[in-house]
Ligand binder design. Structure first.
Ligand SMILES: Cc1cc2nc3c(=O)[nH]c(=O)nc-3n(C[C@H](O)[C@H](O)[C@H](O)COP(=O)(O)OP(=O)(O)OC[C@H]3O[C@@H](n4cnc5c(N)ncnc54)[C@H](O)[C@@H]3O)c2cc1C
Length: 377
């Protein structure tokens, strides 16, 4: 057998898994269509928010805390700054499920979260306005991950522990046998004892190769940078943020290394045709209109819109992840559908996948909420 583990898709999740497996001494092959980090998947645009008190549900908190520990460990090994503790400000109507989940998580796990009124927020940070009657939860110990540096750091460490990485190697077919798998690229054939499928936005096209169809929807997303007064919005003084407005949700980043404030809209976007290139930024009027309107109302001291980019979410119907063994084959593991909030977890997901792939039927975290089975109900 060529390898103990073959990983198809060496992006956020796959590269982290490759590292944890190689560190355990496994013979690992990482295959990717591109050369991660790159701009064709879901991990580019420099930054991703990590929050611990989790608006999407309390059940994510323990994983977020372990993810943070692993990021801190990776930071020790990385020459680049991969985590910046800017704090994160969540803003929403007091009774919204999102902010109530944040408050509940903070109490249950004794997280360092301050609840603030609209007036307290505007008094503390110049340059932000909050809708009347809304509240904020400021989490001091969370912040920003430099996503591309994170993947580079995992790549360096995986290679250091002996993993073999083949970029520009799109997987074209997969055969699953009782005790092994065979994976073909356009030019090579590999055999492995186990297979890990982590293809991000490539999942809907790739999963039929392992006999699966899952309800995934790829969505075109955009994000933008704005000219910024560094004395107001620099990452030393201004937090990352998420605003849940009545019909729209936005998130953003302070100015890091002079890049300017970055803003994206979390809801909305356009369903993607994965056989065509992602329509470039500016193809739709709302690409810059939405974030500019948000900036004008709530970050009124930012300047002009200066740059925009496109990216892709891969959404499941309930926006919870898919992390599971193949329903028919124990030696095939799938992780996809990270629904626009997966990056912060990629460290801990890598660790969980390394547990699953090495034959443990027990993972440190309960992954039942991420089961494939939930879609057959
Ligand atoms: C605009 C935007 C903002 C976001 N903001 C946040 C945030 O603030 N916080 C957060 O936690 N998350 C955020 N996310 C979500 C997060 O970035 C994703 O959930 C995460 O990157 C998904 O990881 P992945 O490994 O599934 O995909 P990727 O990192 O894209 O990796 C998949 C890899 O598989 C490869 N591949 C695909 N098909 C094949 C094939 N046939 N053969 C070989 N290789 C293949 C691809 O080339 C790619 O490298 C955001 C996402 C976007 C788009």
């Amino acid at each position: 057998m060529d390898f103990e583990v073959i990983i198809v898709g060496a992006g956020s999740m796959g590269m982290a898994a490759g590292y944890y497996l190689a560190k355990k001494g496994k013979r690992v092959l990482l295959l990717d269509s591109h050369n991660p980090p790159h701009t064709e998947g879901s991990h580019h645009g420099e930054t991703r928010i990590i929050r611990h008190a989790y608006g999407e549900g309390e059940s994510y908190v323990e994983m977020a805390l372990r993810a943070q520990e692993l990021w801190n460990e990776l930071q020790e090994l990385s020459p680049e700054e991969i985590f910046i503790k800017t704090g994160v400000l969540n803003v929403a109507a007091p009774h919204s499920t999102f902010i109530q989940n944040v408050i509940r998580s903070a109490h249950k796990y004794s997280l360092n979260v301050e609840q603030l009124s609209a007036e307290e927020i505007t008094r503390r940070w110049d340059g932000v306005t909050v809708p009347e009657g809304f509240i904020g939860c400021y989490e001091r110990d969370s912040g920003v991950l430099m996503s591309e540096f994170c993947i580079s750091a995992y790549k360096t460490q995986a290679l250091k522990h002996g993993a073999i990485f083949k970029p520009y190697s799109p997987v074209t077919s997969i055969s699953i046998y009782e005790n092994h798998v065979q994976v073909n690229t356009e030019t090579e054939i590999f055999t492995g004892e186990t297979l890990l499928v982590t293809p991000g936005a490539g999942a809907r096209k790739l999963l039929p190769l392992v006999g699966l169809e899952l309800p995934l929807q790829e969505v075109r997303k955009t994000f933008s940078w704005f000219d910024t007064d560094e004395e107001i919005y620099h990452s030393d003084i201004f937090p990352a943020f998420a605003f849940e407005l009545p019909d729209e949700t936005y998130y953003g980043f302070p100015s890091i290394n002079g890049a300017g404030v970055k803003i994206g809209r979390h809801d909305g976007g356009q369903p993607r045709d994965m056989d065509k290139p992602n329509p470039e930024f500016g193809s739709y009027e709302q690409d810059s209109a939405d974030v500019s309107r948000f900036a004008e109302r709530y970050l009124h001291k930012v300047g002009e819109h200066k740059l925009g980019k496109v990216c892709t979410y891969t959404n499941t119907p309930d926006e919870d992840f898919i992390i599971d063994r193949h329903p028919k084959y124990d030696h095939v593991v799938i992780a996809c559908g990270f629904s626009g909030h997966g990056f912060k977890f990629s460290s801990v997901v890598g660790e969980i996948l390394s547990e699953l792939v090495t034959g443990n039927h027990q993972t440190t975290f309960d992954i039942r909420p991420f089961a494939i089975q939930r879609f057959s109900k």
